[in-house]
Design a protein. Structure first.
Length: 299
């Protein structure tokens, strides 16, 4: 946890840190672990206020105690992650208990890793307290009792097995339909950085995910780089937005790679989002926007 906070301090709030009070806590020591998390939330290491907490499953007997403990920190968590909801009712119950514990204003994230949660993923994404949904690959595969092979949890297999692919797509589609953030699951081969980068690029460019979990601090930089736009994408976005602005946001003709294309306000929104991503990830990927562009549009 401390290493992750140190890395965030170095790179800036280009990524969030989630302190784990579920799998990261010793059995029977969940409240004591929550006390440590509360100390870290209130420490100088949480300099950007972008540190969340993964709680226990809502049916755990210490759920409310843990929630109350982390919510008493001098700096509140940026969000609370709800693991293993079996559907909308579990999410609603967790939200109610968090309100009772003093967390009415804290955004909620949830892990989709059960059959019930996937079946109700649209309703969960529509919940007003939800900010993001994440795919819990390993628990989802385990929930199939051996019907999905272990290979489907690998960096390659998770993008090929039909049931896993279906789950990824349904989560991403539900999030985008309701204006929420889909977060892709982890790659457990945490030292295989080439495989990690490939997985992150596929999650972002083929499956529509906007964020991705790391399982180790060493994975953070490769993930941020994979989700950042390429230099070619940034250059094209600058050209198109510049021309659009000079045209008063009327349709324009843009020539690239020997092709003429028409662009209007629908595509302008897309290319503006490319520039926003480049601006937000620059602390981890290096300056992607020329100084003049930064001063003109992001000052």
């Amino acid at each position: 946890m401390r290493k992750s906070l140190e890395l965030q301090g170095e790179l800036g709030p280009v990524f969030d840190v989630t302190l784990d009070n579920e799998d990261g806590a010793p059995v029977g020591g969940e409240v004591e672990h929550a006390q440590l998390i509360a100390e870290l939330l209130g420490s100088a290491a949480n300099r950007f206020g972008r540190v969340g907490v993964r709680l226990l499953a809502v049916d755990h007997p210490r759920f409310s105690d843990v929630a109350a403990t982390v919510l008493k920190a001098s700096q509140p968590p940026a969000y609370l992650m709800i693991p293993k909801p079996r559907g909308l009712s579990d999410l609603q119950r967790a939200a109610e208990l968090i309100v009772d514990a003093g967390g009415a204003l804290v955004p909620l994230h949830a892990l989709v890793e059960t059959h019930g949660a996937l079946a109700e993923v649209q309703a969960m994404a529509a919940h007003p307290r939800i900010e993001s949904l994440s795919f819990g690959l390993m628990d989802f595969v385990s929930a199939h009792r051996g019907a999905i092979p272990q290979s489907a949890m690998s960096v390659v297999g998770q993008f090929e097995h039909p049931l896993v692919v279906r789950a990824k797509l349904e989560i991403a589609a539900a999030c985008h339909a309701h204006g929420k953030v889909p977060s892709h699951g982890v790659v457990t081969e945490f030292r295989n950085f080439d495989a990690l980068a490939t997985a992150a690029q596929r999650a972002a460019r083929q499956f529509g995910y906007m964020r991705m979990w790391s399982i180790h601090p060493a994975q953070v930089r490769p993930i941020v780089r994979a989700f950042a736009p390429t230099a070619a994408e940034v250059d094209m976005a600058i050209e198109i937005i510049d021309a659009a602005e000079h045209a008063g946001w009327a349709p324009i003709r843009h020539r690239a790679a020997g092709e003429d294309r028409l662009h209007d306000r629908a595509s302008y929104r897309y290319f503006w989002q490319v520039l926003e991503r480049a601006f937000r990830t620059s602390s981890a990927t290096g300056p992607q926007l020329p100084a003049g562009v930064r001063a003109r549009w992001f000052a």
